[in-house]
Design a protein around this ligand. Structure first.
Ligand code: SF4
Ligand code: SF4
Length: 448
C-alpha cells in the first residue's frame, strides 16, 4: 500500500463519521505552527517574514494539544518556523500521538540528527554497540557523538521515537545546488540527506516535501525522487509555489525580484504537473490522484481550505495557510465567521484575485479526498491508488548526481566568490549587473 493501512483506515473513518453526521465543514489536517522562529531564511518563505514581529513567541504546549483536540483532525503537521527549535517538541509529539493523531514533523533537517542521537541515547545499552559503530563507519555520527550516546539520556524528558503514526517530513526542493540556493545556505541539502539516512537506519518513517517554483526544472525533481526513493524514503509531498502576499512582498522588498520571475501561474503549474504525471507513478506521492489530476489541469476542484486549518501564535489563521485575513480564537468560530464563498477559483473564475494562481495542497488536496466536484469513479480511483503496492525503491537512484553543488566546489557562494575575485569591480565576464547580488551572498568572514 502507498500509505499504511492503519493510517488509511483512521482517515477513512474520520471522513465517513462526518459524512454520516452531515458535518458541513471539518478538519482533515491541522497545520500546527508552535513558533515561527527558524534557523534558515529560505527564498520564498513568507512565514518568517509575515510573523517577523512575533518570532520570539511560542504557543504553549498545553494550548498546542488543546487546539489539536479542538479541531480533531486525524493528522497534525507540526511546522513553523522550524519545529525542532520548539523547546517542548518531544512533549508535543508525544502528546499528539497519545491523542491518537498521525503526526508529521515538517523540518528543514538541520536539527534532526541531534534529535535522533537523543533517541539513541535514550535507548542505549551495550547491545547497541554494533549499530553505533556501523553508523560511525557510515559517517552518520562522529566518535564524540557516539561517546555522548553511550552516556545515555538524562533529564527524564521524552524523546522522539519511531512509530507507525509518525513521519519526519523533510523539506527538500531540489538537488544540492538548487536546494542550497533556495534555502540560501550551503550544506543544508547534505545535512538533510544525512539526517534522512540516519532516520531510516533507526526505523523511522520519512517523507520529503517539495515546492515547485517557476524556475524548478521538473526533470531535476524526477532525479531527486529517484535519489530519495533509492535511500528508502517512504513518500513525497509535492505542491506548487505561488505568489501569496507575504512571500510576494519578501521577493520584491528583500531580493528586488518580481514575483512573476519566481512563482507559478495556474497555467505554468498545469504544464509542470502534466510532465510530473508522466513519471509520478514510479514513486510514492502522498496526495489523492484526483488532486494530481487537478494540478495537471485535467479537472477543476473547489478550494476547501477549512479542511487544512492553521493554528499559530496569533490563533486560527483564516482563510488558509497562505493568506491571512484574520485570526480567530476558536476553530468553530473561524468556520462560522469566515465567508468561505469569497475564496477559491470556481469554473476558472477567481472569487478573490489573490486566489487566482493558487493550486496548493492546503486548499485543494482535501477536496480530492472529500469528494467535492465529485466525478463518477473518483472514490474507486482514490481507493485503488492507495491500495496498490507501493512502488519499489528506485534501483538506479544511487547514480543520480545529487551532490552537484558545494560538495563538488560548485556552491552558489563559491560561484559568487569566484565572480567577485576575478576582476576589480567586475564579475569577470563583462557583465557587472549581478555583482551586488553576488557580493551580498558572501557571508562576512568575521561572522562565519
Ligand atoms: S525552513 Fe521552512 S520556515 Fe524556515 S525559512 Fe525555510 S521555508 Fe521558512
Ligand atoms: S484558493 Fe484557497 S488555499 Fe488558495 S489562497 Fe485562496 S483561500 Fe487560500
Amino acid at each position: 500500500m502507498r500509505f499504511p493501512l492503519a493510517l488509511t483506515v483512521k482517515i477513512a473513518r474520520h471522513i465517513i463519521k462526518h459524512k454520516l453526521r452531515k458535518t458541513p465543514k471539518f478538519a482533515m489536517v491541522l497545520q500546527l505552527e508552535p513558533l515561527h522562529t527558524c534557523n534558515l531564511t529560505c527564498t520564498g518563505c513568507g512565514r518568517i517574514r509575515e510573523y517577523s514581529t512575533s518570532l520570539k513567541e511560542i504557543v504553549p504546549l498545553e494550548k498546542c494539544l488543546a487546539v489539536a483536540a479542538e479541531c480533531d483532525a486525524p493528522m497534525v503537521s507540526v511546522c513553523g518556523g522550524e519545529p525542532l527549535i520548539y523547546p517542548k517538541i518531544e512533549e508535543l509529539v508525544d502528546g499528539l500521538l497519545q491523542q491518537g493523531r498521525i503526526v508529521y514533523i515538517c523540518t528543514n533537517g538541520l536539527l534532526m540528527r541531534k534529535k535522533l542521537r537523543e533517541y539513541l541515547a535514550a535507548i542505549y545499552s551495550p547491545a547497541l554497540e554494533s549499530q553505533i559503530s556501523d553508523l560511525q563507519s557510515q559517517g552518520l555520527i562522529t566518535e564524540a557523538e557516539a561517546g555522548a550516546i553511550r552516556q545515555g539520556k538524562t533529564g527524564g524528558r521524552p524523546v522522539i521515537r519511531p512509530s507507525k503514526w509518525l513521519y519526519w517530513n523533510v523539506h527538500i526542493d531540489g538537488l544540492e545546488y538548487t536546494h542550497d540556493l533556495i534555502v540560501e545556505r550551503e550544506g543544508v541539502f547534505k545535512e538533510g540527506v544525512e539526517a534522512i539516512k540516519l532516520a531510516k537506519r533507526l526505523g523511522f518513517q520519512v517523507a520529503t516535501n517539495a515546492t515547485i517554483y517557476r524556475e524548478t526544472d521538473v526533470r531535476e525533481i524526477e532525479e531527486m525522487f529517484k535519489f530519495f526513493s533509492w535511500l528508502g524514503v517512504d513518500g513525497h509531498t509535492i505542491s506548487p509555489g505561488y505568489d501569496y502576499d507575504a512571500a510576494k512582498r519578501d521577493m520584491v522588498q528583500r531580493l528586488g525580484k518580481q514575483p512573476g520571475e519566481f512563482f507559478l501561474t495556474r497555467a505554468m503549474t498545469r504544464e509542470k504537473f502534466r510532465y510530473i504525471q508522466n513519471w509520478s507513478g514510479l514513486f510514492t506521492i502522498f496526495g489523492t490522484p484526483v488532486y494530481q489530476e487537478f494540478l495537471a489541469g485535467k479537472r477543476e476542484l473547489t478550494c476547501t481550505a477549512w479542511a487544512i486549518p492553521t493554528y499559530n501564535v496569533q490563533g486560527w489563521k483564516a482563510p488558509c495557510y497562505l493568506m491571512t485575513d484574520g485570526h480567530y480564537a476558536g476553530y468553530q468560530e473561524m468556520l462560522d465567521q469566515v465567508d468561505w464563498n469569497k475564496y477559491g477559483v470556481v469554473n476558472g473564475v477567481a472569487r478573490d484575485p489573490r486566489c487566482e494562481n493558487c493550486m496548493v495542497h492546503c486548499g485543494y488536496d482535501p477536496s480530492g479526498a472529500l469528494g467535492t466536484n465529485y466525478q463518477r469513479g473518483d472514490h474507486w480511483k482514490n481507493f485503488k491508488y492507495n491500495f496498490r503496492p507501493r512502488p519499489k525503491p528506485y534501483a538506479d537512484g544511487g547514480k543520480v548526481n545529487a551532490y552537484n553543488g558545494f560538495s563538488v566546489g560548485k556552491g552558489h557562494l563559491a560561484e559568487a566568490k569566484g565572480a567577485v575575485k576575478s576582476a576589480p569591480g567586475g564579475n569577470g565576464n563583462g557583465d557587472e549587473s549581478k555583482r551586488e547580488e553576488l557580493v551580498a551572498k558572501i557571508p562576512d568572514p568575521k561572522n562565519s
